[in-house]
Design a protein around this ligand. Structure first.
Ligand code: ZN
Length: 151
């Protein structure tokens, strides 16, 4: 009797995908570490909940770039709190097999595609809402897994 082996290969490319530069002035995607508002790593404490993304340093008003070829899938409303309206924007992206969101970015467009290294939008004025914070883009995977391996 012939023996059949059905191989269901699930290819994990998590070691291969790397984010290119996200923000002007930060070519190495340096992360936000610790400041008076908290830590920037995935899983950091945010009071009763955990930080679900990874924070990459980005000065207010800096240009935000596509980290690889991406497609855009609508804007994100980050906060419901009106006091944070100044930074209440982000964008849903897909590329390299990943689904993720960038917070605190005002995107030039909410649909279509952007090539790696081309402008996606602009970093919003985070200092006006969180004075003294390390201004940053928040990278959050759609499944809320840890984005750190991609950096
Ligand atoms: Zn964050």
């Amino acid at each position: 009797m012939k023996h059949f082996v059905v191989l269901l290969a699930v290819l994990c490319v998590c070691g291969a995908v790397r984010f290119g530069q996200l923000c002007s002035g930060n070519p190495l995607n340096i992360r936000r570490t610790s400041d008076s508002w908290g830590h920037g790593h995935h899983g950091a404490s945010r009071g009763s909940r955990e930080h679900q993304g990874l924070d990459i340093r980005c000065r207010d008003g800096a240009t935000v770039y596509a980290p690889f070829d991406v497609t855009l899938h609508g804007k994100v409303t980050v906060y419901t709190n009106a006091s944070k309206a100044a930074i209440n924007s982000g964008v849903n992206l897909r590329g390299q097999g990943l689904c993720f969101k960038l917070f605190y970015v005002r995107p030039d467009s909410a649909s279509g595609s952007v090539r790696k290294g081309r402008r996606l939008g602009v970093m919003m004025p985070m200092q006006t809402v969180y004075p003294g914070i390390t201004s940053h883009v928040h990278v959050q995977m759609c499944d809320q897994s840890d984005p750190t391996p991609y950096f």
